[in-house]
Design a protein around this ligand. Sequence first.
Ligand code: SAT
Ligand code: MN
Length: 595
Amino acid sequence: MEMIVKNEKLKKWVNEIEQMCTPDKVHWCDGSKKEYNELMAQAVKSGSAVKLKKRKNSFLFCSHPSDVARVENRTYISYPSQIDAGPTNNWVAPDELKATMKSLYSGCMKGRTMYVIPFSMGPIDSPIAKIGIEITDSIYVVCNMHIMTRVGKKVIKKLGKEGEFIPCLHSVGAPLAKGQKDVPWPCAPMEKKYISHFPDENLIWSYGSGYGGNALLGKKCLALRIASAIARREGWMAEHMLILRLTSPSGKQYHITGAFPSACGKTNLAMLQPTIDGWKCECVGDDIAWMKIGPDGRLYAINPESGFFGVAPGTSYDSNPMAMESIKENTIFTNCALTDDGDIWWEGMDGSPPKHAIDWKGLDWPTERKEPAANPNARFTAPASQCPVICPDWEKPEGVPIDIFVFGGRRAGVVPLVNEAFNFDHGVFLGATASSETTAANIGAVGNLRRDPFAMQPFCGYNMGDYFQHWFDMGDRLGDKAPRIFYVNWFRKSQDGRWLWPGFGENSRVLKWMCERIEEKTEAVKTPIGLLPTIDSLDLKGLKIDKQDIKALLHVDVEAWRAEIPDIEKHFAQFGDRLPERLRKQFEALQERLK
Ligand code: SAT
Ligand code: MN
């Protein structure tokens, strides 16, 4: 395969990296099916992947047990001064971090092939799209990038002679000595892993991990951490949000974006199948939204990705039929179990568990210790185009106009099912104080409560206090065309630990209420924390739910909210004088209302 590259800057950079990493070979990715098939065949031959007998053109990879999720404590935002990274990011000065990483990168691709992946985040012709070049020594990364982004010749063509690109360097950090046999999932030990960002230079350096957001650098590294910093400079938004289109029975379209932490059901919500008559939902994106103000003054969103990197466990025809349909073929599975007939399986899939399987660690399952067959952060990588409810406009270069922002998290208590902000400033306060119980998407303890502002805590590429201010600035520019803001919690539990709300398709009832709110067709009650639905204003037709449970879902427990105050205080205090005055005012107003 020959690809003509005219961009001198790109050639120079690739050359420099080759000198530093000393791979055996360099391969420029053309993005073709042929390339994908050849690389997969190689991965199968070497023992890194298994071709699934039961699923067309689909493969299973299982990682090293130490490399199963994003590593937030090894993720760095590197500016010359620490204050610009802010209190929520790990920081090392650029010179020092680069020196450390250069010594790791030196000779790190020995015995391997270096792949150069030209990719576009966003439809190639979109004015919102950006070009990245990922250099990696992992076939798994190349194949995933083929699905998650637009890759290859068309990107090189678009880049042309003078085009700008974001350089993304990745290595698994496991050079091979002469004659040394490779392992199925090469990676470096934890203390040598670095996921580093240099936002002043639009530069990403990742070392030592082959998993998900640590290695597929278009995703969290470029489309969120670097893009959020660019977006602030240029006056747009890069958010950790799903994008969906809801169409009412009368044919009116509403576009909704929703920010939820990793593994809190964004993919399920993005592919929701409404249970209420006449409403239709279509998916535009399930993880990231890039939004710019259009010529008409409204906010337009594109999905910069072209695939889904979804959490597998819990995904079933019951919970997310559209995801199940999306992964029928041409899908990469990671850390799922392998059944004896050559398919994948995970906890929470439809039907009864297999009698026997090979678990994600490669062992016979079930095990005596009753461990799960699939890792809790097991994933599927599937082309978005395979989703039966993908929105016909999902690749529209100018994006879709946003009507509603939804924030949320996983909270067993306190936070009601839904709550509307009094106004944009109050909405920014809701986003800035969003909280959630932690999940398996990050290496660390699961189930701890943490503040995850705008679901961007692990993904904001600059000082979070400045990011809050950027939200106010965008709101000011949007004025009365700003999307309305709501906060949801699908995860509230009863005293005896039962989910109060059925979730999934039934969430359409809550979205419908939001649409009726913006049409001024339905009522809300004013509470100290925001505007809540009256019991009768939620459409509960055909839903078997106890009146008491609905009451509990919509209950605002003033005592419990007062108890949140010290935690919000502590959360805000960390931003010092970078905390916008307008947020402080919102906080004071909340305390006043709770008195
Ligand atoms: O591993 S990823 O960062 O891509 C997935 C997630 O945490 O949302
Ligand atoms: Mn995510």
